[in-house]
Design a protein around this ligand. Structure first.
Ligand SMILES: [Zn+2]
Length: 261
């Protein structure tokens, strides 16, 4: 029987209620303490090809197991938040979740993984905790990297959260091995369209970054490189900013279309 999908509003509510229940108001809060308060014991080691693992104990409570070779605090916190998401959102689904690094950035393939990721984003970066000044700056990775640092989360999670809530017209494109995997638009960028499962455009800065294994931008790019179907004015501008991970094989692109916002 297909599992019913959980709305974004409900996911946000579950995350905020959890923070409220434990009176958590600090962006760098100790998520391991929170897991344990929820009867989830956090253990490390014994994992190779997966990033995190959740099992429900028959007697109640559960165990979150993490790789012990994850160097970044942001990744560890995101993994724990993701597993708490499965714990609270998917109680009847199965007794265990094995979550890979790919699952932690999956918003296209598995609904449960996407829900656990959305939960983690809401738990680690509640909307009301993001400083108002954030929205006045030009949309680029320097801004979202600052958020990732302040909120001790991953660049992917912080950038997604930023784009979801942004007041500018921005699109985030996540590609893997040169193919567009998913994209996310801010409310003002809704009219724009990014095709999925196609190659990253040939004349984009992202393509250059993937080929050369480096970051670049923000820089101006011809608007029709990314949006061939959109009718732009002659003086329209699109800014492209790119970060790549050679370790995980992904590229993230922020596209900002100032004429839309
Ligand atoms: Zn998962």
């Amino acid at each position: 029987m297909p599992n019913e999908r959980i709305s974004d509003i409900r996911i946000e509510r579950v995350a905020l209620e959890l923070l409220d229940q434990y009176s958590i108001t600090d962006p760098g809060f100790d998520i391991e303490d929170l897991a344990e308060a929820e009867r989830l014991e956090v253990r490390r080691g014994g994992l190779k090809n997966i990033d995190a693992w959740l099992v429900r104990k028959p007697e109640g409570g559960g165990i979150i197991r993490l790789r012990d070779d994850t160097p970044e605090v942001g990744r560890v916190r995101f993994s724990i938040a993701h597993e708490i998401g499965h714990w609270l959102l998917h109680p009847g689904l199965c007794q265990g979740f094995l979550c890979t690094a790919a699952d932690m950035v999956d918003y296209a393939r598995s609904p449960e993984e996407a829900e656990a990721n959305r939960f983690a984003a809401n738990l680690l970066m509640p909307k009301s905790w993001i400083p108002a000044g954030t929205w006045k700056k030009d949309p680029e990775f320097s801004v979202t990297a600052g958020l990732a640092k302040d909120f001790k989360t991953t660049l992917t999670a912080a950038t997604r959260r930023y784009v979801e809530l942004a007041t500018h017209a921005v699109v985030l494109v996540f590609s893997k091995n040169g193919t567009v995997h998913w994209s996310l638009k801010s409310p003002r960028a809704k009219p724009l369209f990014i095709e999925r499962a196609v190659s990253v455009p040939a004349n984009s800065i992202t393509r250059e970054c993937i080929d050369q294994g480096k970051n670049a931008g923000p820089a101006l790019v011809e608007p029709d490189v990314w949006f061939p179907d959109w009718h732009f004015d002659d003086d329209s501008e699109v800014f492209e900013d790119v970060r790549i991970s050679t370790t995980y094989g992904w590229a993230m692109t922020i596209l900002w279309v100032p004429e839309l916002g």
